[in-house]
Design a protein. Structure first.
Length: 202
């Protein structure tokens, strides 16, 4: 329970649940707890120390098939195999912390550079497409993949700009959508006919 106390008092903690597990990212240490009895199943200490990931990790996503884990910071993104914790993919040219997986885990979208979006095929971590200059006024900090993998939405936290792109060729479906400033997360509806946006606190 000392680790759980550390998580509660740390300024850098991310919490996620998946497959009857509680997953804690405390600073750069990763812990898996069984929710049935709260026992520690496994831990990975200093998971970013062997990579080029700079700064404190600030976001994590576990694929819903439990095959891989995505750890991101404001400087880089690293994908690990959950079986071996081997690095599957690393990118040190990202400046956003929000990444998005398609519902079948086949595509991973994230901010690349200042205002580009990169989409990866998770079967071999190859690039499906780079969509450039996705926002007019500021960086694309939040991304969301549609469930059918045909669309990707990007938004700026600062300006509230939102735009939806075609994954096949990178063309925009429309001009920027009129939304409020401070968008911190987005998600498509199950049938991909609606896009939900959440406003954070700056």
């Amino acid at each position: 329970m000392d680790i759980l106390k550390k998580a509660l008092t740390s300024a850098s903690t991310e919490v996620l649940t998946a497959s009857n597990r509680l997953i804690l990212l405390v600073e750069d240490d990763l812990y898996f707890y069984r929710t049935s009895d709260w026992s520690l199943e496994k831990s990975f200490l200093a998971i970013t120390s062997g990579s080029e990931l700079f700064g404190d990790p600030s976001s994590l996503i576990v694929a819903n098939n439990n095959e891989f884990l995505v750890v991101s910071s404001g400087d880089a993104m690293v994908v690990y195999s959950l079986g071996t914790m081997e690095e599957l993919y690393i990118d040190t040219q990202t400046s956003g912390t929000v990444v998005s997986l398609s519902s079948d885990n086949a595509y991973l979208a994230y901010q690349y550079g200042n205002d580009d979006i990169r989409i990866l095929d998770t079967s071999d971590w190859s690039t499906v497409i780079n969509i450039t200059s996705v926002t007019d006024n500021s960086t694309a900090e939040v991304v969301a993949m549609s469930n059918d993998k045909t669309k990707v939405a990007c938004a700026s936290y600062a300006s509230g700009d939102v735009r939806i792109y075609n994954v096949s060729d990178g063309t925009a479906y429309s001009a920027n959508l009129d939304t409020l400033d401070g968008i911190s997360s987005m998600a498509f509806s199950p049938d991909d006919t609606m896009l939900m946006c959440s406003q954070g606190i700056s």
